[in-house]
Design a protein around this ligand. Structure first.
Ligand code: NAP
Length: 285
């Protein structure tokens, strides 16, 4: 199976390397293109056999799956370039949350899916969020989920849930890393423990907690019950978190959703403008 990656920045490279490491893909079956060719060439150097081209159309041509790994505002240009070479048998996978499946289905003949990955896939873990367009058949879904399960746990979601699910699965590692950083810095400031030591302890704790919540079958509530004996230190700590965090997550969700809506409206404008300048037989959204 030939797979193309358009855009080999942070996430494009991470996906390629994770698929290679997992053994799901072989370098000879990957073709990558990127605006500045050096990034893709570095990948080819590290993985002999991986094909690199400066032309997005050439990369996509003949590939069964085409991953689009560019930033949202680069989509209209990339889609315009690819529209002429894509056909109805190919599966195009967008990894970007604000680009809507309807925007892509209106402009390309291919089957369209949206799969939001996470940096955790570089450790062959974490959930990938899968949203399927109207042309995706059960066998396409199986193929995509088989591929994604080599580096992650694929979870099918509705497109309307994309933002909140991405907040947790994809932005989550950055949010949790920020909390750990704050915690370690406070620990160092208030107790004299080394910041680096506190981070090692915290990282191991996160690793173990994640395992308990996944393969260990614990719910968050059970986990708290097992650690926090009534009247003990943990219970006192949870009471502090309870009162301090009460409004934090509502504010976080409000902020990410506001930014998402802004991105969506920019994209609608941009796709609309591309249409006016480009393909004449398309209808604006
Ligand atoms: N980072 C994450 O954790 C994460 C998680 C989930 C989803 N995503 C999504 O993944 C997408 C990419 O993010 P990223 O972090 O990988 O960004 P990035 O590091 O900036 O990578 C984007 C790549 O796209 C290339 N590019 C731009 N226009 C192009 C074009 N016309 N043709 C070919 N290549 C082009 C860029 O090339 P240049 O080298 O020339 O700039 C760059 O290498 C975003 O939409 C983001 O929302 C990211």
């Amino acid at each position: 199976m030939k797979v193309a990656f358009i855009g080999t920045g942070s996430m494009g490279s991470l996906l390629i390397e994770a698929f290679l490491r997992s053994g799901a893909l072989h370098p000879h079956f990957i073709c990558a293109s990127n605006r500045s060719l050096q990034k893709a060439e570095l990948l080819a150097k590290r993985h002999p056999g991986l094909r690199v081209t400066g032309s997005n159309a050439e990369a996509a041509n003949g590939s069964q799956i085409v991953f689009l790994c560019v930033k949202p505002l680069d989509y209209p240009a990339v889609i315009q370039e690819l529209a002429g070479v894509l056909d109805e048998r190919q599966i195009v996978v967008s990894i970007t949350s604000p680009v809507q499946i309807r925007m892509l289905e209106a402009r390309i003949p291919s089957k369209v899916a949206k799969i939001i990955p996470s940096i955790t896939h570089s450790a062959l873990s974490g959930a990938s969020l899968c949203i399927y367009g109207s042309r995706i058949q059960p066998e396409d879904r199986l193929l995509l989920e088989q591929l994604m399960s080599s580096i992650s746990v694929p979870v099918a979601i509705r497109e309307t849930e994309t933002r909140i699910a991405s907040d947790i699965a994809s932005c989550g590692p950055a949010f949790i890393a920020f909390i750990l950083q704050q915690w370690a810095e406070a620990a160092a400031r208030h107790t004299g423990i080394g910041r680096a030591e506190a981070i090692v302890l915290g990282a191991e704790m996160l690793h173990g907690t994640g395992k308990l919540l996944t393969e260990g079958g614990f719910s968050p509530e059970e986990l708290q019950r097992r650690v926090a004996v009534p009247g003990g230190v943990t219970a006192e700590g949870i009471a502090v978190l309870h009162s301090s965090l009460e409004h934090v997550f509502a504010g976080l969700i409000e902020t990410t959703h506001r930014k998402y809506d802004e991105d969506l409206s920019k994209l609608d404008d941009l796709f609309g403008r591309r249409l006016l300048n480009g393909t004449a037989d398309d209808e604006p959204d």
